[in-house]
Design a protein around this ligand. Structure first.
Ligand code: URQ
Ligand code: ZN
Ligand code: ZN
Length: 480
């Protein structure tokens, strides 16, 4: 029986903070209280002046994703291990079937890949095409495998892009199942047209990437997806909101009582589009991801959206491609594999730039790095909660300690770090996963294959609330 007692810390959850010991037995939180006794044989960690918080949940990663002719360089072991090093103890990754590929077939392939994970994981499953078999597979995935969210790429024409027919069919199916639809909101037709125009004008470098995906391209798609969900009466979650225009679409809908959730990446909160003007191809290409990093004004708007509660989760979209892989687009930016890393640095970045500046309280930090994602995606209170019976996934947080981010020292399997050189104050001295210390003062003790698949709860409070509402518009819903 593995027993760990974390003594003398300050527990921080999504609501409050208080001095308490935390006892973990066999991977679960067994007790939280003052002056707990250490059972015989227990490992005791003295928390000192540190905080004890739920381990981070990153609701948006792509470990070893086959994409744009290559495969993301962090796999389910190395990527989750890097997450543990930075205080993230669960991920929600993506099964992305090729068009015409059965969803169940793709799901089984991804499940196989994930068996090497060092931390717990769940999957959003992408709906990239439609016919009755997709309808059936969504039902099996939801009811038999606990897939409580389905992804829709509105970008990536001629690859995994969904048209409105797929969106309408799939959102309707999600509502029937009590699963939440999520969207990558960029108008893929516009991107395609702008890419062709730019290349024809001789713009082939990474500077073409943001010009082919201006903020309006994201704003249109976000609004369209939100309106479709409104008419169908389904909640909706917009991933990697990067532009004011998309945030405004969310704010409007939420102001009218529609259930819309937003996600923001650490990268989009901190990095602006000047990175694409770098004359060095490798450095500029390292920042090619979609949606792209935006002009400065968008970052402040995103912080305000996070503080105002219109953006609910922070993520990384961790999707690593090394310089050699990015070089595929040396002569044509549309061929640069899209994606950046972030899983190891998200927690410290959000603390340093969020709590450290007064934008977020410690409890709000817990909400946006862990609890909200758990509640939206059906993992709460197993994950994201400081309560007896929850998984013992925790971080010991030292608000006074600092580290400097660098590809030289990070554990991510990529030769570049988009946060290179930033010194952050507020780091995890320990990470506890399944009740075991897997990170302690710079030593990573990740174990290959101990990560578990997380089936998730369907429906939830907002489904019941949704069902009670009648009539057209946001209150409309398919009452069974
Ligand atoms: O679009 C995504 O979320 C995947 C393909 C990762 N790449 C990216 O640029 N965001
Ligand atoms: Zn995306
Ligand atoms: Zn993604």
């Amino acid at each position: 029986m593995a027993t760990l007692l974390i003594r003398g810390g300050t527990v921080v959850d999504s609501e409050t903070q208080y001095r308490a010991d935390v006892l973990c037995v066999d991977g679960l939180i067994a007790a939280i209280g003052e002056d707990l006794d250490a059972p015989a044989g227990a490992q005791v960690v003295d928390a000192g002046d540190r905080l004890v918080m739920p381990g981070g949940i990153d609701p948006h990663t792509h470990m070893q994703l086959p994409f744009m002719g290559t495969v993301a360089s962090d796999d389910f072991y190395s990527g989750t291990a890097a997450g543990l090093a930075g205080g993230t103890t669960s991920i929600i990754d993506f099964v992305i079937p090729n068009p015409q590929q059965p969803l169940m077939e793709a799901y089984k392939i991804w499940r196989g890949w994930a068996e090497k994970a060092a931390a717990d994981y769940a999957f959003h499953v992408a709906v990239t095409w439609w016919d009755d078999s997709v309808y059936q597979d969504m039902g099996e995935l939801a009811t038999e495998h606990g897939v409580a969210s389905f992804k829709h790429f509105m970008a990536y024409k001629n690859a995994i892009m969904c048209d409105d027919e797929v969106l309408v069919n799939s959102f309707s199916r999600c509502l029937e199942l009590g699963a939440i639809p999520t969207v990558h909101a960029e108008n893929g037709e516009l991107v395609y047209r702008l890419q062709k125009q730019l290349v024809a004008q001789g713009v082939t470098g990474p500077e073409g990437h943001p010009r082919s995906r201006p903020p309006a391209v994201e704003g249109e798609a976000a609004n369209r997806a939100i309106r479709i969900a409104e008419v169908l009466g389904s909640p909706i979650y917009v991933v990697h909101v990067s532009a004011k225009q998309a945030l405004q679409a969310i704010e409007r809908a939420r102001g009218e009582g529609q259930r819309v959730f937003g996600e923001v990446l650490a990268g989009h909160l901190l990095i602006d589009d000047s990175v694409y003007s770098d004359p060095d191809f490798t450095r500029a290409a390292a920042h090619v991801m979609s949606p792209p990093f935006r002009p400065k004004a968008h970052q402040e708007a995103l912080w305000q959206g996070l503080q105002a509660g219109h953006l609910h989760t922070t993520a990384t979209d961790h999707c690593c491609f090394c310089a050699l892989q990015k070089a595929a687009g040396k002569d044509d930016f549309t061929l640069i594999p899209n994606g950046c890393a972030g899983i190891e640095d998200r927690m410290s970045l959000l603390w340093h730039y969020g709590v450290g500046t007064g934008r977020l309280t410690p409890s709000e930090f817990v909400r946006v790095t862990s609890t909200n994602a758990a509640q939206i995606f059906g993992l709460y209170p197993r994950k994201g909660a400081m309560r007896v019976g929850a998984d013992a996934d925790l971080v010991l947080w030292d608000p006074a300690a600092s580290r400097t981010i660098s590809a030289e020292t990070h554990h991510q399997n990529i030769d570049y770090n988009v946060f290179e050189g930033r010194t952050v104050t507020g780091i995890n001295s320990h990470t506890i996963s399944q009740g075991k210390v897997v990170w302690i003062d710079g030593e990573l003790r990740a174990e290959r294959g101990v990560g578990r698949y997380l089936p998730r709860k369907l429906g939830g409070d907002y489904w019941e609330a949704q069902r009670l509402r009648k009539g057209p518009g946001p209150s409309n819903c398919l009452v069974s």
